[in-house]
Design a protein around this ligand. Structure first.
Ligand code: HEC
Length: 124
């Protein structure tokens, strides 16, 4: 499943590997796990968002047919909520051709995962 080219870089054979596993393996090559860059999050206390919406947003965020189609999922916590909502997501949503529902779900997820607030991971 995993092999290395002449330069020691990781190569991932896609056949028979699920999308999530392929991303995990690709990230694993760099010593980063999918849960580090795109953790499963629960709503912050008092936040006006549901766990279902966060889960829907995350699955788009890590999907190879959506946000992870051109690049591996980026570290969600690397950007502020403001950067996400005003600069990054409007541009990337066009690239990923998100519907307005998908946009709202991803926006909820990246806001919850942004640098502004402590991450509310579902597991420690
Ligand atoms: C069609 C290809 C494509 C898709 C689909 C795509 N991206 Fe990107 N993304 C890029 C490219 C190319 C860059 C780097 C150059 C740039 O910033 O435009 C990038 C950069 C980024 C960055 C870094 C921005 C920065 O300023 O540091 C983030 C974060 C990001 N993408 C998130 C997303 C999210 C979230 C989605 C889904 C809504 C997404 N991308 C979908 C091509 C894509």
């Amino acid at each position: 499943m995993l092999r290395f080219d002449r330069n020691g870089r990781c190569l991932v054979r896609r056949a028979g590997v699920s999308v999530a596993a392929a991303i995990a393996i690709a990230l694993g090559c760099r010593g980063v796990s999918i849960d580090d860059v795109a953790p499963v999050l629960k709503p912050a206390p008092g936040a006006d968002v549901t766990a279902e919406r966060l889960a829907a947003g995350r699955s788009i965020y890590i999907s190879e047919t959506k946000c992870a189609g051109c690049h591996n999922p980026k570290q969600v916590h690397a950007h502020t909520a403001d950067e996400w909502s005003t600069v990054i997501l409007p541009r990337m949503a066009k690239k990923a051709k998100l519907s307005s529902d998908e946009y709202e779900n991803v926006l909820a997820y990246v806001t919850a995962g942004s640098r502004n607030i402590p991450l509310q991971r579902t597991s420690p």
